[in-house]
Design a protein around this ligand. Structure first.
Ligand SMILES: [Zn+2]
Length: 310
């Protein structure tokens, strides 16, 4: 991978659309692109970053992992055509990971998608998909009749996952999942993508997890959720209607320090801290996140930023 690919897609560049990007950006010859679409933890809308989502693009096929609020717009901002959408993988059914799941499918179809989408994730993904289609039946029917589109529903294939193992394998990538530990949300999954050029693991939300360590063993890139415990009190002070939020946050996430432990135990080359909690506290600097993870990890550490390509 060239150094020019490791950079934030500036908003100004994205304005010119994907046609402006050099062809090499598409990863010819099976090269993979990983773009962080949303790096903030929690569903609360923020100025500074979007909710959890990332995309891996290989040979023009987009694999979206998690669909937090704004995922479709973030894909467009990253220069990814929504019609490239091929697979959606949801790690768990929390709204910061699924709020725009249905919207991504609908908006991709409206943006020109006419090929199959496979959707993977824990139950009740099937029911959620059906209800979303029902909720938007008027709009979908109107666009079919008025705009001459083909039907949406036959394009969408849902696969519910309740355990780890191989999820699917196609011409670009082999995808595996592991059950991770994010009570009370069960099941919660982490995903591993083994492409021709490298392996990428996305932890989803989890406490420090032995199964995630096993899934990530030897991976090139681990995108791991990260919590900065000292910032949680300030965070919960701003959310007055959730009396047990502090206990909840601290009980089912991984501190940046522990994310470093996990990365070291798994032997990954690069640790990307994402799903940052708190996500928008200016008192917590990038260096503080890095220093915490560095305590137990000797590899490369990246603090996730929306639209950062890795
Ligand atoms: Zn989350």
């Amino acid at each position: 991978m060239t150094s020019t690919r490791r950079r934030v897609l500036k908003a100004g560049l994205a304005l010119f659309g994907s046609a402006f990007l050099p062809r090499a950006e598409a990863g010819p010859g099976g090269g993979s692109r990983l773009i962080l679409l949303g790096t903030g933890g929690g569903p609360r809308p923020r100025k500074t970053n979007s909710a959890a989502a990332q995309v891996i693009v290989i040979n023009d096929a987009a694999y979206v992992i998690d669909c937090g609020d704004g995922v479709a717009r973030q894909l467009v901002s990253a220069g990814i055509r929504l019609s490239q959408l091929r697979h959606i993988l949801v790690t768990h059914q929390h709204s910061d990971h699924n709020a725009d799941y249905g919207n991504l499918i609908l908006l991709a179809w409206i943006s020109g998608l006419k090929t199959r989408i496979d959707c993977w994730g824990p139950p009740p993904l099937q029911r959620m998909t059906e209800l979303f289609m029902e909720m938007n039946a008027y709009d979908i029917r109107t666009r079919i009749e008025d705009e001459g589109r083909g039907p949406l529903q036959p394009l969408v294939h849902v696969h519910e996952l309740s355990k780890g193992g191989v999820v699917f394998e196609d011409e670009n990538v082999r995808v595996r999942a592991a059950l991770v530990d994010h009570p009370p949300v069960v099941p919660a999954l982490g995903y591993r993508f083994d492409a021709a050029d490298r392996s990428i693991v996305v932890s989803g939300d989890t406490k420090p997890s032995e199964s995630l360590i096993a899934l990530a063993r030897g991976a090139d890139v681990l995108v791991h959720e990260a919590l900065y415990p000292a910032g949680v009190d300030r965070l919960v002070a701003g959310v007055p209607n959730a009396s047990s939020l502090r206990r909840s946050i601290l009980s089912h996430h991984t501190s940046a320090e522990d994310a470093g432990r996990v990365a070291q135990a798994a032997g990954v080359k690069t640790l990307v801290l994402s799903h940052l909690v708190p996500a928008d506290d200016p008192a917590i600097t990038d260096q503080m996140w890095i220093d915490a993870a560095r305590t137990h990890y000797a590899g490369k550490i990246i603090v996730g930023k929306d639209l950062l390509e890795i």
